[in-house]
Design a protein around this ligand. Sequence first.
Ligand code: SF4
Length: 292
Amino acid sequence: MTKKPFTAPCGTGCAAAQMELFPSSAAAPAGPEVAAEFDFDAHDAVIIGDSGGKDSAATVHEVCTQADKAGQLHKVRVLHVDLGRTTRGHLVEWPGALEVARAHAEQYGVRFDVRRSKRWSSLWERILSHGNWPGFFARYCTADIKTVTGRDYVDETGAELNLGRPIRAGYAMGMRAEESPARAKKPAVERHRMSGKGTRRVVTTWLPVHQLTTEQVWEVHRENGIMHHEAYDQGMRRLSCRACPLAATGDLVRSAQLNPELFDEYADAEADMGHQFKKSIGLREIIERARS
Ligand code: SF4
């Protein structure tokens, strides 16, 4: 994991991130036209959601490269949403993810902030309170922890800039078309539904690395000496929560090998809740496969 200082824009048109801080905008509010390309001049700040993952890193690279070229690097800040700990004190995220996200911001010389949900002490607390695991049709984890914390950070940025009007913020994420058919349909730039009349913000979501393949994301890392989390070297393909019900079974088995105590705690919670962790497989079976 090497890193080198931010260099001149590479012009490859790349970047990436997997934090879904502002998920799908079902009904974009009315407002000024959103340009097909991100317009730095039209925004007061550009916030990048960085989970510490590879797609986040490429997104930081792409946004900072474009911002630097446009003389707008001062508007960029990187936000890491800390997901907190479980009851037994295990980090929900991969240990070191926050530090990797910080290194991304430092490499490009932009501000880095960490924020937590104001309502929930951790994603774990939110899951226990819900009494069932998140699923494809119940992404309350993303909505209640990441989206709300990201929205609060936009408002905090607006208050800090003291504009006397709603902040116009860009929010960059590392979602990529290759990840799913739903993500493939997303426009690279769109107005987010949390904007609009009566709100304190006008938010443009921006997916700067939407068209990149996984290989291209790694290429961005190699070419620019960008830090990546060691979990990738240990066989993980994604750096989401260490135990995510939406992850592929193979990734969960590998994660259970690397995080046995965390998975034990999750398996106990699964038994208490009476709901299987993942439709296709329960945590005890994941743990057995990890041990075999
Ligand atoms: S549980 Fe999965 S979907 Fe939910 S926040 Fe964590 S990684 Fe994202």
